[in-house]
Design a protein around this ligand. Structure first.
Ligand code: AMP
Ligand code: GLY
Length: 427
């Protein structure tokens, strides 16, 4: 089989790695890919929003299955287009991907389906939103309703912060039209959990749990990023929590989408806060998490191609998933300055040394190949991932690998997985 992975970040390198290991796959194409995928796949340079170019590559190269990494092409209808052209593709339709691309719509569906989530109000006028936040005594979270590359959420401790957030989203339009509607919601307290599930329209299959680390700094300080590290499984995801998530969140949202004429097919990501009152939804995403995919899929022992194929064919109920019981930790190495501005084009040293370490894999994110060199080319540069006998061992192995890798202006968090290690020590 020949497969094509759309995207060029850490999640896409992870998907390409999993697919390249499949017994049924003999060729992987990545569009556009990165320096990491170049070692295991053929990179073809095209824009992920150029649907005509993607269709042409799939046709010309006889691609048997296309797997979409990022949300933007999904929300823009790449799956609908491929299906119209008679091409097989893994991912939700634009109508179902709206669950991520339109937070006001997601809230509406959650309310109809009585899914536990933060209480929210939706505004399309700045003055009404401003008046509302001025009356709130507790903190609120202000979100641009549309896609904002993971940056459209402001956690605000007081009304002055919330007003500044509204001004930048609705008046300055820092996210363009994605900010024409805002969701203002209750600030939830607790630990976060990411639950990814395969969904074939009907059947839901939860993958192993994981936890992301959104803020840039140790101890969860500083601005939010796309994710600075992840581990899997998350101790907070007890069997009781996972069964609640399935019953109270995943089943009702999949039903609600189907009833709304948008059956979900692909991977559905529930971003949750585990509050004192139980799990509540922070957001849904219509794709694998990044860097959650690195930690979760590195533990997958089943054949990834088989799994994605049964989803596309609506036969998910037929499969059994096999997991490596060893936990995984992924530490993101970023460019100093991220999530603000940063310099790129730095030569990355030590990748060969890291690749000799046992149970370690360095997934590339923002990198590009220049002859035999790998250069940094983005905010998040690498996702250094390791398995261990327990989570503390996985953390140590991941950081041992991180220390063998060097590039000018590298930066990373030093406390990835500490919450899980602490939970283990208490528990
Ligand atoms: P989202 O993109 O909606 O997941 O939001 C990004 C991050 O903002 C989440 O991972 C949380 O850390 C935080 N967040 C979002 N919504 C809330 C909320 N209602 N209460 C507290 N934190 C939130
Ligand atoms: N790591 C968060 C996300 O993928 O949205």
């Amino acid at each position: 089989m020949r497969v094509m992975v759309i995207g060029g970040g850490g999640r896409e390198h992870t998907l390409a790695y999993g697919l390249a290991r499949s017994k049924r796959v003999n060729e992987v194409i990545c569009v556009p890919g990165n320096a990491g995928t170049a070692a295991i796949a053929e990179n073809i340079d095209a824009k992920v929003d150029d649907h005509d170019a993607l269709v042409a590559i799939a046709r010309d190269r006889g691609v048997d299955l296309t797997v979409v990494g990022p949300e933007a092409p999904l929300c823009a209808g790449i799956v609908d287009r491929f299906k119209q052209e008679g091409l097989r593709i893994f991912g939700p339709s634009a109508a179902a991907a709206r669950l991520e691309g339109d937070k006001a719509y997601a809230k509406h569906l959650m309310n109809i389906a009585k899914i536990p989530t933060a209480e929210a109000r939706i505004f399309d006028r700045f003055d009404a939103a401003k008046e509302y936040v001025a009356t709130r005594e507790t903190g609120v979270v202000v979100k641009a309703s549309g896609l904002a590359a993971g940056k459209g959420v402001y956690v605000c401790d007081d009304p002055a912060d919330a007003l500044r957030a509204l001004e930048s989203i609705m008046v300055e339009r820092v996210f363009g039209d994605a900010g024409s509607v805002v969701v203002v919601e209750e600030l939830l307290k607790g630990q976060e959990l990411s639950v990814l599930a395969l969904v074939d329209g009907q059947t839901i299959y939860m993958l192993e749990s994981s936890q992301d680390h959104k803020p840039i700094g140790d101890g969860d300080t500083g601005p939010n990023t796309g994710g600075m590290g992840a581990y899997s499984p998350a101790p907070i995801a007890t069997p009781e929590v996972m069964s609640k998530v399935e019953r109270e969140v995943l089943v009702p949202i999949v039903d609600a989408l189907r009833n709304d004429g948008a059956p979900y097919c692909g991977v559905l990501y529930a971003g949750l806060m585990i509050t004192a009152a139980g799990p509540k939804v922070l957001e849904f995403n219509c794709r694998f998490g990044d860097p959650e995919a690195q930690a979760v899929l590195f533990r997958l022992e089943s054949d990834l191609f088989d799994l994605l194929e049964v989803v596309v064919e609506g036969r998910l109920a037929e499969v059994e998933l096999r997991w490596n019981p060893k936990p995984a930790v992924c530490v993101v190495m970023a460019s100093d300055g991220y999530p603000g501005s940063y310099e790129s084009g730095k030569v990355i040293d030590g990748l060969d040394r890291a690749s000799t370490l046992e149970d370690v894999y360095v997934f590339h994110a923002g990198t590009k190949k220049l002859e035999h060199l790998a250069l940094s080319s983005g905010g998040r540069v690498l996702g250094v991932t390791a398995l261990g006998s327990d989570i503390a061992d996985a953390k140590q192995r991941a950081y041992t690998a991180v220390e063998t890798i060097d590039f000018e202006n590298k930066c990373y968090r030093c406390d990835i997985a500490d919450k899980a290690i602490k939970a283990g020590a208490l528990g």
